[in-house]
Design a protein around this ligand. Structure first.
Ligand code: FPP
Length: 252
């Protein structure tokens, strides 16, 4: 879809400067359960619609030229949910990865994963590996799906890798810089998100991208993730573009 189409066909798009889009948008997918419960449906129905919403929003991000999209699909804490809910989320992820393997080359969309993949089934880990291998050959928009992810865990994992490099003589503690440390995170090589969107009405970070969101602009909305639309995304981008980003400095 041509950008000009969206420029003329969505009202909110009029407020978005498409030449100043954030390079990286992060989204906490929240509100699936409540969306379903409000309709008298099982929570899993909300995750099914939420996965569709993710497809729509990821495709739209690619269409308008967002370079990186990172979503929080399953946290390290989410294993505490009822087994059928965890199972449904894993099935939805599997379905998404199978589809992606067939389409990412055509769409030039890279799919990467952040988190500790070891507790996933061998089948899911195999699909993750396939997506990574295909992504290695591509150059387009990169979608990062956080699975079994926690921000604190990511930092500890990075610290362990750095400590190992020190023990092996490949690094020295006194020479560590913030930039070098970033190379040990799951997000190595990816610019930090400029915009973090949280649907579902909560206003907290929930252990998501703790390091990377140091200077992200937060956008919260009461809209539940399954109801999140392209227009909502444009609203968030428009709000971000009105923020005064000083990074701890002052305006000159
Ligand atoms: C949070 O809503 C959502 C999740 C924990 C799961 C998100 C997973 C998917 C949308 C499925 C697959 C994902 C992809 C990327 C294909 P919640 O259940 O915490 O909502 P609530 O706060 O209303 O209970």
């Amino acid at each position: 879809m041509k950008l000009s189409f969206w420029k003329t066909h969505t009202d909110t798009a009029g407020q978005v400067d498409f030449s100043r889009l954030p390079r990286h948008i992060a989204i906490i997918l929240d509100g699936n359960g409540r969306w379903a419960q409000r309709r008298g449906l099982p929570r899993t129905a909300g995750h099914k619609v939420g996965a569709e919403t993710f497809r729509t929003i990821a495709t739209y991000c690619r269409d308008i030229g967002i370079q990186y999209l990172t979503v929080y699909a399953f946290s390290t804490e989410n294993w505490r949910r009822p087994p059928d809910e965890v199972e449904t989320i894993m099935v939805l992820l599997k379905r998404y990865l199978l589809e992606a393997i067939d389409t990412m080359e055509r769409d030039n969309v890279r799919l990467r994963f952040m988190g500790d993949m070891t507790p996933l089934t061998a089948e899911l880990r195999g699909l993750v590996d396939q997506c990574n291998a295909i992504s290695d050959r591509l150059t387009g928009c990169q979608c990062n799906i956080c699975i079994n992810y926690g921000g604190r865990g990511e930092i500890v994992h990075a610290a362990q890798s750095f400590a190992r490099d020190c023990l092996d003589g490949r690094a020295r503690p006194e020479e560590l810089t913030e930039e070098a440390f970033e190379g040990y995170l799951y997000s190595a090589g990816i610019p930090s998100p400029e915009l973090l969107i949280r649907p579902g009405g909560e206003q907290r970070l929930s252990n998501f991208l703790l390091w990377q969101c140091a200077y992200a602009e937060f956008y919260y909305t009461n809209v539940l993730w399954p109801d999140f639309t392209k227009r909502e995304l444009l609203r968030a981008i428009a709000a971000y573009q009105h923020r005064d980003r000083r990074f701890g400095g002052v305006k000159t």
